[in-house]
Design a protein around this ligand. Structure first.
Ligand code: NAD
Length: 462
């Protein structure tokens, strides 16, 4: 059963003032399964007023009390394979727990003074009301990382959730409300993304912006934030290299990389994308990689044997088809997949392209779908050059048994996160974020709370 989704403003669930709604579509069946309330300027003004009240309450709530309130575990529905949805939900609970515990460690410091009787204090305060914009690929986790860090720091939040997957995000907000979060501290709005961001970011009540989505939109919002001198965290796109060296454990590399390439039908900003395989092990790797892909069962995420669901929205299908056609026109070879499955539901075959020239669009733009790009390389330097070729710098993966290679990779790859010989990103306690066009700021670890704290220096003579 899918419930129509409302806005959450000042502790109350409400329709849009205008009465406007948008449809919610199930990507596996293309059926309209419900509606969501569509916020206009009057609703945004109400959310800002509520957040101002909420912030006044929340900033005055002691950190230990804040920690106790933000720790409930929630269970909710999702469109992707059930096992993935459960994993995401459990991780969300973990994120809340971790930030709840971290809330009591937002320490300042005392700096020794140059004269007797002077006390120099560095105090950390919540930065204010945060406007958080989250996308549809991980409807709970993208939101929970921002919300938990902001609440732990003592900020109030206006969350602009994903219009295409609003139900789980609303359930997350409901869990916080049910846990007793004071009215106005966490507000949820949906509507036209550009209309909401262009109203909220310049608004003087908003002190902090956090966005997850494409690099193009991120640059636009970062510019807007810059114009209005607002602090911003930008969690943007990626095009992760996955390098397999000749001394790698090929069984582990093929299995782990295939699982992570096609998780969430490849709609993951840190998905391994540009596979670089050293010449001498290319055939061995491909045999194992294609073997793992052949076992993927594409279907409705609610079916128990499904291991890959549909892509989340209709526009991913022509986007993927165009990437594949363009790559083949540039001389790439199609190793497996390449097509939509059926004509009902947005199902797409797990696809592997090989021998793709760097001039192909897909070697430069994020495919954001079940599409792996595999090329060969000869030397360590060749692999590094290709890994660092793009302006993206979010995640990178590598497999090698050589300590020397592993250590050099950590130094040489231009990427916010590097995972070597296993897949170990996105834990609550570890920093998650990019460099270059993949954005700035961190979503996990102590750095994530810092993004919602203002530093104040107080010097006092006794
Ligand atoms: P898109 O760029 O239109 O939207 C991406 C997200 O940004 C959506 O959640 C959307 O609601 C939001 N958005 C768009 N314009 C906005 C604006 N002016 N103000 C505020 N929010 C805005 O792309 P899409 O078709 O939804 O997704 C495709 C691309 O987005 C992918 O190719 C991928 O690069 C990127 N994406 C990245 C992530 C991520 O985790 N980094 C998540 C989802 C999408």
């Amino acid at each position: 059963m899918y419930q129509d989704v409302l806005l959450h403003i000042g502790g109350a669930w409400t329709g849009a003032a205008s009465g406007k709604t948008l449809d919610v579509i199930n990507p596996a069946t293309e059926e309209v399964i419900g509606t969501l309330a569509h916020a206009g300027i009057a609703d945004l003004d109400a959310a800002i007023a509520a957040a101002e009240t909420g912030f006044a309450t929340w900033r005055a709530t002691p950190a230990h009390a804040r920690a106790a309130l933000i720790a409930p575990i929630m269970t909710m529905e999702q469109g992707k394979p059930l096992a993935e949805a459960k994993g995401e939900t459990m991780l969300a609970a973990d994120v809340i727990d971790w930030f709840a515990a971290e809330a009591v460690r937002t320490y300042g410091r005392v700096i020794p003074a140059r004269a007797d009787g002077i006390y120099q204090l560095v105090v950390k305060e919540p930065v204010g009301i945060a406007a958080c914009f989250t996308p549809w690929n991980f409807p709970i986790n993208q939101a929970v990382r921002k919300v938990s860090a902001a609440l732990a720091a003592g900020c109030a939040v206006i969350l602009k959730g994903p219009e295409e997957t609003p139900g789980s995000c609303a359930a997350l907000v409901r869990a916080f409300a049910d846990a007793g979060l004071p009215a106005g501290v966490l507000n949820l709005v949906y509507g036209i993304p550009a209309e909401i961001s262009e109203y909220l970011i310049p608004h003087r009540a908003i002190r902090k912006i956090s966005f997850t989505g494409s690099t193009a939109v991120g640059k636009h919002l970062a510019a807007l934030a810059g114009t209005h001198m607002k602090r911003a965290t930008m969690e943007l796109g990626g095009h992760a290299p996955a390098i397999v060296f000749e001394d790698a454990d090929l069984d582990a590399a093929a299995k782990i990389l295939a699982a992570n390439k096609f998780r969430n039908a490849g709609q993951v900003c840190v998905a391994p994308t540009r596979f670089l395989v050293q010449d001498s092990v290319y055939d061995g790797f491909m045999e194992r990689f294609l073997g793992a892909i052949a076992k993927i069962k594409v279907g409705d995420g609610l079916a128990p044997d499904t291991t890959m669901g549909p892509v989340a929205n209709e526009r991913r299908i022509p986007a993927l088809e165009a990437f594949i056609a363009d790559a083949r026109n540039h001389g790439a070879k199609l190793s497996t997949g390449g097509e939509r499955i059926g004509n009902k539901g947005y199902f797409f075959q797990p696809t592997v392209l090989t021998d793709i020239p760097t001039t192909a669009r897909v070697m430069n733009e994020e495919p954001f779908g079940p599409l792996a790009l595999v090329n060969r390389f000869a030397t360590f330097e060749d692999a590094i050059t290709e890994a660092n070729r793009l302006d993206y710098g979010l995640a990178a993966y590598a497999y090698s048994r050589s300590t020397r290679t592993v250590t050099a990779l950590g130094h040489r790859i231009e990427s916010g996160m590097i995972s070597i010989n296993h897949h170990g990103l996105a834990l609550p306690e570890t920093p998650f974020g990019g460099m270059k066009d993949s954005g700035y700021g961190w979503e996990g670890g102590a750095e994530a709370i810092d993004a919602y704290l203002a530093t104040k220096f107080v010097t006092q003579a006794s």
